[in-house]
Design a protein around this ligand. Structure first.
Ligand code: BEZ
Length: 213
């Protein structure tokens, strides 16, 4: 296991999943990707998380994001638990769940934190861009379910800032004003941002979201 940092290539792997064997990079294709781990099957918080992700399929599709879950439970366990998720969360699980019984992927991605639990994965999230570069890493403890609206918000920011010379301020949501990248000189702003800008300080310049109508 080596440390994975932002900007690194997401390590590739092949693994068994509820939708057949996955080669991670091939499976991603030209999409953005989310690889997220959960501690165990048949547990309450995980059940709500996977149900929520299934219900967010349209939101992920709209952003060209493919989602894959992982835990160290086996394929038969995953398949039985999916029936419970579908029943209790009123949805249909529509993404693969990796069965990482041999810990191959969880060790590759450092998803087992022994001082939290030496057998189970924590709630890791890796967002990968279409070049297979790691763009976001978040880790939650087992006792805290993730906020998938926050994940969508960050993906909106990652996708916006990948294509426009802006950054997004605190609590930004899509549609809000953005920060002009510090690398841009004020004299160049009118050409780059025809919607205009406000200079609050020389280093703090705001502009309307470049790609919003
Ligand atoms: C849960 O998903 O509910 C859970 C899993 C492991 C530890 C605590 C909670």
């Amino acid at each position: 296991m080596s440390t994975i940092r932002l900007g690194d290539e997401a390590p590739n792997f092949t693994a068994k999943s509820t939708e057949g064997e996955i080669n991670f990079h091939e499976w991603l294709g030209d999409s953005w990707g989310i690889l997220f781990s959960h501690p165990a099957d048949y547990t309450p918080v995980c059940t709500t998380e996977l149900g929520t992700v299934a219900k967010y399929k349209d939101k992920f599709d709209k952003r060209n994001v493919k989602v894959v879950a992982l835990s160290v439970d086996g394929l038969d366990s995953h398949k039985g638990w999916v029936l419970d998720i579908n029943e209790t969360q009123n949805t249909t699980v529509n993404f693969p769940i990796i069965a990482d019984e041999d810990h191959k992927v969880s060790e590759l991605y450092d998803m087992i934190h022994p001082n939290a639990n030496n057998k189970l994965t924590v709630r890791s999230v890796f967002v990968v861009d279409p070049d297979k570069k790691v763009k976001l890493i978040i880790t939650y403890p087992a006792s805290t379910g993730r906020n998938f609206d926050e994940l969508l918000r960050v993906i909106d920011s990652l996708q916006l800032t990948a294509y426009h010379k802006v950054a997004t301020p605190a609590n930004w949501i899509s549609g809000d004003d953005c920060v002009v990248s510090p690398s841009i000189e004020s004299k160049d702003i009118p050409d780059i941002f025809p919607k205009g800008y406000t200079e609050i300080k020389p280093y703090l310049r705001m502009t309307p979201q470049p790609d919003s109508k």
